[in-house]
Design a protein around this ligand. Structure first.
Ligand code: PGA
Length: 251
């Protein structure tokens, strides 16, 4: 089963509109010869600027979060309709920083996934364990629990549209990458879990990324694993050169 590799840049709370334009002016000319699917996820304030610059290119646009309702009294939130209008193609859901600092729960993650799919946005759903959970030996149980709760009441045809990102929290922004085989172990287990919840057909098409200190030096090794379909890249996606080096891992 061949799944198209996906490299997504999660800029987090970085890059003003001017910095977004500077990044894209340098990155886009080089990106034309890349064969993987590429997504950048700037902060909300830069989405519009990025969308104008990305028009007619192969690079796609994603947001870093959204509310599940279309509109209403939710001060500070952004809705799927608003993202679609930009237009965004992707939205990151349930990043560990949002779970940790902004009280995202498995339930809100599930609501957001269903809403994203309904609005034709591809959710990139983040799951991953803490260092304490890894040391306790409960990584697989914990992550499979997150996957199962994320997929509650999601139909098989919709589940196929989801991208998962396995991001061990201890590897995010720390310079510590999970070894390729550790990442494969969890990502392979996620694929098995999807097969158990649906069937092989669904499990074969869902793309599962690895995230956590991905850089040009380790991307090849990660991508060589059977079940790893790409990467969600934080720090190394902020510089056009390092992001390009990651996106061109197969050239
Ligand atoms: P990092 O972040 O690449 O800086 O570790 C990854 C992420 O949080 O998505």
């Amino acid at each position: 089963m061949s799944r198209i590799p996906l490299i997504a840049g999660n800029w987090k709370m970085n890059n003003t509109r001017k910095e977004t334009l500077d990044f894209l002016s340098s990155f886009l000319p080089k990106a034309e010869n890349l064969s993987v699917e590429i997504v950048i996820c700037p902060p909300f304030t830069s989405l519009n600027t990025a969308a104008e610059k990305l028009e007619g290119t192969k690079v796609k646009l994603g947001a870093q979060n959204m509310h599940w309702e279309e509109n209403g009294a939710f001060t500070g939130e952004v809705s799927p309709l608003m993202l679609k209008e930009i237009p965004c193609d992707y939205v990151i859901i349930g990043h560990s920083e949002r779970r940790q600092y902004f009280a995202e729960t498995d339930e809100t993650v599930n609501n957001k996934i269903k809403s994203a799919i309904e609005h034709n946005l591809t959710p990139i759903v983040c799951v991953g364990e803490t260092l304490a959970q890894r040391e306790e030996g409960i990584t697989l149980d914990f992550v499979m629990g997150q996957v199962e709760k994320a997929l509650k009441d999601v139909a098989a045809e919709d589940a196929k549209k989801i991208v998962f990102a396995y991001e061990p929290i201890w590897a995010i922004g720390t310079g510590k990458t999970a070894s390729a085989s550790d990442a494969q172990e969890v990502i392979g287990a996620i694929r098995n879990k999807i097969e158990e919840l649906y069937d092989k057909d669904v499990a074969d098409v869902v793309r599962i990324l690895y995230g956590g200190s991905v850089k040009p030096e380790n991307i090849k090794e990660l991508m060589a694993e059977d079940d790893i379909d790409g990467a969600l890249v934080g720090g190394a996606s902020l510089k056009p050169d390092s992001f390009y080096a990651i996106c061109s891992f197969n050239i």
